[in-house]
Design a protein around this ligand. Structure first.
Ligand SMILES: C[S@@+](CC[C@H](N)C(=O)[O-])C[C@H]1O[C@@H](n2cnc3c(N)ncnc32)[C@H](O)[C@@H]1O
Length: 317
């Protein structure tokens, strides 16, 4: 029992995930004592820890993640605190919180995968390390990359690689995959896909296919699309939301969803805090390479009752 506990603690210490754009997240969320905080992708607490240190508010704050490993970590990290930790996908968690009447001062979504996902070959996310064709963020779900790669029709595969990977060679890649079945692991998949792109390229030729399969396995874009309107409903008037995305398909959804609810329109409910997405500084790129593709967008929910605040109806302050 003691040995098991020590092993767990050692594992806990060894898990590393550097939060991206931390200073910028703090700048745009502006946490203060007593604020309620909803972290929709809490991962390894990289953002949650410093934010909760400032808000000091545990009872009305929620940490969500669909990955049971991240949840185990968070449960240990926040042991003894009253914070609410939910092992759910953020769409179902958000719907549940909305219907139970919870509202938040601060909401953060730091989308995509965590460093432990990419660094553990057995999770199957990494092109560079051999692992099973898995790619599930939630390992209790049944659909995995193996099924998509080895069972889906050529047409369905081609559409996934086109829509979620934007790889112009999607027809050729789907054809190569189907003709090389069964494909057993990530290394085999990467090699087979590379045949569609002979010659040198800066990034690995299978990068876009891996992204596409991962998005399909986890239904990522669909969940983001359906969830953003609920996140905005979950904000209190004057509450702030920050969303960090890691690829253009995600960022497009975020940009459009925020734009549709802000600006000089009668029904605007948000004021955009970032006209252009915020990206990592040169300094951060050096110590946190994962921040390379991160784009942060932020908004504040208009408080129509508060004097001196931007008024969506008159377009004046
Ligand atoms: C980039 S990491 C977040 C890291 C975290 N901000 C930190 O600094 O430790 C993204 C996390 O979101 C989780 N995630 C991705 N999509 C999700 C979804 N639809 N619902 C819930 N969690 C999700 C992943 O499992 C992963 O742990």
């Amino acid at each position: 029992m003691i040995l098991q506990k020590q092993k767990q603690e050692k594992m806990h210490q060894n898990i590393k995930h550097n939060p991206v754009l931390l200073e910028e997240v703090l700048h745009y969320l502006k946490p203060k004592t007593g604020d309620s905080y909803l972290d929709l992708t809490a991962g390894y607490g990289g953002h949650a820890n410093p934010i909760l240190e400032i808000t000091g508010n545990n009872k009305e704050s929620y940490l969500v993640d669909r990955d049971p490993n991240a949840i185990d970590f968070l449960n240990q990290e926040f042991k003894g605190h009253e914070i609410n930790i939910l092992n759910q996908d953020f769409y179902s968690a958000s719907k549940q919180l909305l219907s139970s009447g919870q509202r938040f001062d601060l909401i953060l979504a730091d989308l995509g995968v965590s460093s432990p996902h990419l660094n553990e070959p057995k999770r199957g996310f990494s092109i560079g390390q051999e692992g099973p064709l898995d790619m599930r963020m939630d390992q209790t779900q049944t659909l995995d990359a193996y099924e998509i790669i080895n069972v889906y029709s050529e047409k369905k595969l081609a559409n996934i690689i086109k829509d979620y990977g934007e790889d112009p060679k999607y027809i050729k890649i789907a054809n190569l995959i189907v003709h090389n079945r069964p494909i057993k692991n990530t290394t085999e998949l990467a090699k087979i896909v590379s045949k569609a792109w002979p010659g040198h390229s800066k990034t690995h030729p299978a990068t876009r296919t891996f992204q596409a399969i991962r998005i399909a396995v986890n239904d990522e874009l669909n969940l983001i699309n359906k969830s953003i309107p609920i996140w905005i409903d979950l904000l209190k008037p004057g509450g702030r939301i920050v969303i960090i995305s890691f690829q253009s398909l995600e960022d497009r959804i975020v940009k459009q969803a925020l734009a549709e609810r802000s600006g000089n329109r009668l029904d605007a409910i948000l004021k955009l805090l970032t006209k252009k997405p915020i990206v990592a500084t040169k300094d951060e790129l050096v110590f946190n390479p994962r921040s390379r593709s991160a784009k942060l967008r932020a908004a504040v929910k208009i408080n129509k009752q508060k004097k001196g605040e931007y008024n969506a109806y008159t377009g004046q302050k």
